[in-house]
Design a protein around this ligand. Sequence first.
Ligand code: UD1
Length: 366
Amino acid sequence: MKINIKIVNIVGARPQFIKVKPIIDEFKKQKIRDILVHTGQHYNYEMSKIFFDELSIPKPDYNLEVGSATHGKQTGLMLERIEEILLKEKPNLVIVYGDTNSTLAGALAATKLHIPVAHIEAGLRSFDMKMPEEINRRLTDHISDYLFVTEPSGIRNLLNEGILKKKIYLVGNIMIDTIIKSRLKIQTSKILGKMHLKKNMYVFLTLHRPENVDKKEKILEAIDFLQKIQKKIKIIWPVHPRVEEQIKKYKFQRAIKKLENVLLIKPLGYLETINLIKNSKFVITDSGGIQEETTFLKIPCLTFRENTERPITVEIGTNTICKTEKILLKEVNKIVKGSYKKGQIPKLWDGKTAERIVKILLDNIC
Ligand code: UD1
């Protein structure tokens, strides 16, 4: 029997495509009508469409094509265009994911129209209001009706901010649902052979946070540690468009070219990324999602940041926050010597998060 409710999913950036997939599958199973809105925040093939193709996510019902702009302009354009759709579609609920400008715009447009909002990946806090993601997280949480949390710190943060306990649900991590469901496809990826790589014989690197790549001195610090690490092991670096721009802006092309054992490649799709992470010796990153994926895959992860909004990955997982090059190099030595910590998988990171979320939503809405 088809349940007579309509739900709008709002996505726009890479990690959100990964997070929406298990929810769409679960809605399909439960015969719930859902509408997919892509804001167009990410638009290049390798930043967007490849995820839809690889994960068999249906074509969005609406693509708002907002593209890149300053924060205010991008969020404003999204707000205007999402509102139009919500007025037309009149859904019973809007779901937003993570911490991007698309998340905030979706939640704000819906709540202003008195449409209930569910926030998946609520409660995470870096306590650093200079990060655009922290602003998006805090504002989104305070206007959401259902707060779906990945780890216990999320519950504490939300309660400390005065959010009602009855709105908060610890459901686990939706990204892990996608890894588990895509296991076979990930295994069959040919990326290792294509790149002439061997298991455990390379490092996987990603950098894209403005607090790292928009600052000249931080990029220089990264070039310096790469220079040292590449002497011991090959480094694979899929370069995010933001980083490409910054490298050109600061004229670092020559310094990077000198890193002979660092292979710069275009951004990769989901299946190749996870396959490369899974087979790597360790990962260096500033991404949020990769801190979680490495914890689940039990691969050492050195996070080149001042903090993390995902403390469980450090407390019980394989993640270490490396505020400086010195700390990072010390951890690399531990990994090479085999004395780096071993991790555990957090509770409820079990592939059943979408099932839990949809059950809670149906129990409350129907
Ligand atoms: C965004 C999110 C970040 C998330 C990340 C995942 C915000 C504030 N940031 O960061 O939380 O972790 O996505 O990847 O929402 N660009 C392209 N092609 C694209 C997309 C972007 O060339 O398809 C370039 C543009 O020059 C753009 C820059 O990359 O200005 C940054 O893109 P943007 O979406 O603003 O932020 P991200 O750094 O990707």
